[in-house]
Design a protein around this ligand. Structure first.
Ligand code: CMP
Length: 148
């Protein structure tokens, strides 16, 4: 199962990319694709389409397009799809860093809900929608041995 994370502008600027990716790797979650991107307004609006019309929509799009982000596809083949997304989101922590547990990425490095350091797909369906915004099938490797 593949899911998407995005290391947001403030974390990239603070040099936290390696630290954040390492947290997933330490759980046995593998990096199937990774790249630095300066996100276009169009892509950011597509990424956050479910939030269109909400008071923070314009601000989050502005923030996410301000300076580079790092997007990564994570592969977890040891768990079913729902559990894989749940584990990634547990490592990430809840949306508001003031409420996120210490030991989670947002709890350890975040401060503001609207600048919460990292995005993670919230369901297998969201991952299916979000991954192609950043990566083609050819960009993504698999560590799972496939028997033909
Ligand atoms: P993310 O997981 O990237 O998904 C939507 C983003 O909008 C969220 O993290 C926050 O960075 C931002 N945001 C700002 N205000 C809110 C809010 N009140 N509720 C949810 N998300 C918010």
């Amino acid at each position: 199962m593949n899911t998407l994370i995005i290391i947001k502008p403030w974390a990239v600027q603070r040099g936290l990319v390696g630290e954040i990716l390492a947290r997933f790797e330490r759980h046995g979650i593998r990096i199937a694709a990774v790249k630095a991107v300066l996100l276009s307004k169009d892509k950011a609006e597509k990424l956050y389409a479910v939030h269109e019309g909400k008071p923070f929509f314009k601000d989050v799009v502005g923030h996410m397009t301000s300076t580079p982000i790092v997007a990564a596809v994570l592969e977890t083949d040891m768990l079913d799809d729902e559990a894989a997304v749940a584990l990634v989101r547990k490592i990430v922590g809840v949306t508001d860093p003031t409420k996120a547990e210490m030991g989670t990425i947002r709890g350890d490095f975040g401060m503001r809900k609207d600048r919460n350091i990292i995005h993670a797909s919230d369901s297998p369906e969201s991952a299916e929608y979000e991954i192609p915004l950043f990566f083609t099938k050819n960009d993504i490797v698999s560590y799972v041995k496939q028997v033909i």
